[in-house]
Design a protein around this ligand. Sequence first.
Ligand SMILES: C[S@@+](CC[C@H](N)C(=O)[O-])C[C@H]1O[C@@H](n2cnc3c(N)ncnc32)[C@H](O)[C@@H]1O
Length: 245
Amino acid sequence: MKPRFALKIRDHLHDPVKKRSFNEAHFSEAASRYDIATVAMSLGRDRAWKNRLIAALPDGGAPRCVDLACGTGDIVFALAERYPQGEILGLDIAEPMLERARRRQRTDNICFERRDMCATGLEEQSVDILTGSYAIRNAPDIEPALQEISRVMKPGGVVALLDFSKSIRPSRQKLDALLLKYWCGLWGLLLHGNPEIHAYIAASLKTFPDRVELRRMLTEQGLQLTSSCSFYFGMLELLVLRKEA
Ligand SMILES: C[S@@+](CC[C@H](N)C(=O)[O-])C[C@H]1O[C@@H](n2cnc3c(N)ncnc32)[C@H](O)[C@@H]1O
């Protein structure tokens, strides 16, 4: 019988090696019901937010696109539709997520590979468009993940990141953490019999930079913010950036 997921979030978030292995195990366990969970936890809004990310990207051409932490492939397939002449690569660490993504694949300009977002193995300055939805918050360590994004981007390339966003106000941080812990934990319990599965979202924000600090870290990597907007009662943000020429 398949062993139940038994890792505890609190034992894994403060060490990049442990966070990486926690995430691989946790998202492998979550994969079978991940698509239902995102619809439920987002109150049906997840698809609309992802559409906003795609709409924020530049028009036309045949760009080389990379979707970090692609999961079951929503953004990859939307990129393939937006850029039929483009080359689209989806990267993720959890094989069960990638298996689901590959089963959905209908066009041959898409490729899914198992790689860590902190060490993609991609060539320097080789990517025109990089996306990540609910991606960088899961990086084993945020700074190396941002360095990797900056390294692989072509000058002038566009980066679009959609993720939970941490308020700069401690009182709001506490409120968001409580809401996310119980709301998402409830879906972990209903779908997997284990609140640790989706309560991870709230826990991951503890070690994630707040929105001012995140902007500073992105700027430090030569990624200039061109637009931003927030969703989900201000708990989620879409950041669109351009790699300095
Ligand atoms: C919340 S899911 C997001 C999936 C997809 N981007 C979406 O928006 O539906 C987070 C994804 O990050 C992946 N992940 C976690 N750590 C990773 C890492 N170090 N490198 C690449 N992917 C990682 C997980 O396997 C999981 O598929």
